[in-house]
Design a protein around this ligand. Structure first.
Ligand SMILES: O=C([O-])CC(=O)C(=O)O
Ligand SMILES: [Mg+2]
Length: 564
């Protein structure tokens, strides 16, 4: 037995006693330990005498939370609650999900990553570095739990904030909190990991507080020595784990995925999770705007791994609907800092080359060999949707938005970069410039916008609609891999949930408070696809899948604690 043993959904037994018990966040109930538990578990005198219910504790926590004066302070308060009493933390999250999501996750988590060393209180997760790779197995053995989900980052591209070094572990912690709060994954089985490969962020290197290695990022040889050692050790210790790559820079995101995706059950959230939620949102928007998805033209601003992942996912979905691949590719227009991506550029990564338009297009468009800028792309290609994943605020200019509205009665505008300050445009501007015509979805949360009599609710097209459901589906089905089909199935399910009878201004996606229900449905779709693809041996009936989900689903309820 580890720290504790679950006898059933309501009772656990543990050999841990006294202060040690109060310091174990997954066992600690604080003032909710009953008189009898206090006596048998040697807690008498270690707690204030009042015995509280969980709701009492939640009410008290809410008062303290409300007294925090900034989002960062609210984040620090919730993180300390998590480190103190994890069950209560998740109950709090579920009770206040919509208001608390921006605090534990995007955008505030970005600030928490930037200030990681300053707000650091207690260790959580695993810190891997190159100088310790010879003892990598011991490092993993130091984690006592049987881990089922890992979120790993190297901190080099945290949201749109760049290289935050070791602070990146904040994003791994945030993502895993959502795996549990939204996806019902047992927090005892999750592990945030940061690969401390150094940092090229001079501010961090000069910061006396900085807790990571104070050297520049490893060269490629040593970098891959470290990732190879890590992945090999994970496979030895937890061969069936689901591993999520998060916020790696363009130089490593696709190569890491290509290197390991046939070796263990893994995916890259920024390439595949973002692509899946974007496809789901575009499908929902196409329905809303009455545009056949197969004919839809899409401009993607940002030709990095996220942008290319979105493009390939849309192409695959179009092909699944009967489009030829050539036609599907011709309908996607990738734009980077310098304009439309063309096939004569010498410096393209292979995944960008596959999405480049032939230089001959410049003749048709009259841009004579030059790379068309974004406005020219919108004028000539007349995209139905424009997706921003470049982290460049303001790049969706008034002129570009007005041209989108001139081309289409309901242009689809998606400034997806995170956090808030990196968004390619502000929804209020977009809706004003397009006179309320635009269907808007953003990556970070934004308040509704009133245009005339209509209140426009802004969908948050963030991979949080996808990854918790993928995790739940994969774990329930005991899937051995995550296939492209499974990600497509997740997107399709999201778009179906998002369809219905709508009034003008309604959000393109279900509200955040429904995330757990959405994730459950996505989990079923993902599990089904895993079975169909031969990656799971689970029986394919709805009943079998539901039962498998229920068997692992974790809820933040206090269990009766027995002494063993
Ligand atoms: O974390 C988020 O909000 C979405 C995401 O993966 C990113 O922006 O890198
Ligand atoms: Mg990310």
């Amino acid at each position: 037995m580890g720290l504790f043993n679950r006898l059933d959904q309501t009772v656990i037994e543990t050999s841990v006693r006294g202060t040690e018990l109060l310091e174990a966040p997954l066992l600690n109930k604080g003032t909710a330990f009953t008189a009898q538990e206090r006596s048998t578990l040697r807690l008498d005198g270690l707690l204030p005498c009042r015995v509280e219910t969980m709701q009492d504790q939640l009410d008290r926590a809410k008062i303290t939370y409300n007294k925090q004066t900034t989002d960062l302070r609210r984040h620090v308060y919730l993180r300390s609650l998590q480190d103190n009493n994890e069950t209560l933390f998740y109950a709090f999250l579920q009770q206040h999900l919509t208001s608390v999501l921006p605090i534990i996750y995007t955008p505030t988590v970005g600030k928490a990553c930037q200030l990681f060393s300053e707000i650091y209180r207690k260790p959580r997760g695993l810190f891997i570095s190159h100088d310790l790779i010879d003892s990598i197995d011991q490092m993993l053995a130091n984690v006592p739990q049987d881990i089922k989900v890992i979120v790993v980052t190297d901190g080099e591209r945290i949201l749109g904030l760049g290289d935050l070094g070791i602070g990146g572990i904040g994003i791994s912690i945030g993502k895993l909190s959502l795996y549990t709060a939204i996806g019902g994954i047992d927090p005892y089985t999750t592990l945030p990991v940061t690969l401390d490969a150094g940092t090229n962020n001079q501010e961090l290197l000069d910061d006396p507080n900085y807790l990571g290695h104070r050297y520049n990022r490893l060269d490629e040889e040593r970098y891959y020595q470290m990732t190879d050692a890590f992945i090999a050790a994970v496979k030895r210790r937890w061969p069936k784990v689901l591993l999520q790559f998060e916020d790696f820079a363009i130089t490593h995101a696709s190569p890491l995925l290509a290197r390991y995706q046939d070796q263990l059950c893994c995916f890259n959230d920024d390439i595949q999770g973002t692509a899946s939620v974007t496809l789901g949102t575009i499908l929902a928007a196409a329905q809303r705007a009455n545009v056949p998805f197969k004919d839809m033209r899409v401009t993607i601003v940002g030709a990095g791994s996220a942008g290319s992942g979105i493009a390939e996912t849309i192409i695959q979905a179009k092909v699944a609907q009967g489009a030829t691949e050539a036609n599907a590719r011709a309908q996607i227009f990738m734009v980077d800092r310098l304009g439309l991506v063309l096939d004569n550029q010498p410096d393209l990564y292979p995944f960008q080359q596959a999405l480049a338009h032939p230089v001959s297009i410049t003749k048709t468009w009259g841009t004579t060999g030059e790379r068309a800028d974004l406005l020219q792309v919108v004028e000539h290609a007349k995209p139905h949707a424009i997706v921003g994943v470049c982290g460049q605020p303001g790049i969706f200019t008034e002129a570009v938005m007005k041209q989108m509205a001139k081309n289409h009665s309901q242009p689809i505008i998606m400034p997806l970069s995170n956090p808030t300050a990196r968004a390619e445009a502000i929804p209020e501007d977009v809706l004003n410039w397009t006179e309320g015509k635009a269907l808007v979805a953003t990556g970070s949360p934004f308040n509704p916008v009133k245009i005339g009599e209509t209140e426009h609710v802004i969908a948050q097209c963030n991979n949080t609609y996808i990854f918790p459901g993928i995790g739940l589906g994969v774990l329930a089905a005991k899937a051995s891999r995550i296939s492209e089909n499974m990600l497509q199935a997740a997107a399709l399910e999201l778009s179906q949930i998002s369809n219905g009878d709508f009034s003008p201004g309604d959000s393109l996606l279900p509200p955040l408070e429904d995330l757990a229900v959405v994730s459950h449905k996505i989990a079923v779709a993902v599990a089904k696809q895993a079975i169909a693809d031969g990656y799971s041996k689970l029986e394919s009936s709805d009943a079998a899948i539901e039962q498998a989900i229920e068997a692992i689903y974790w809820r933040p309820k206090y269990q009766k604690t027995l002494a063993s």
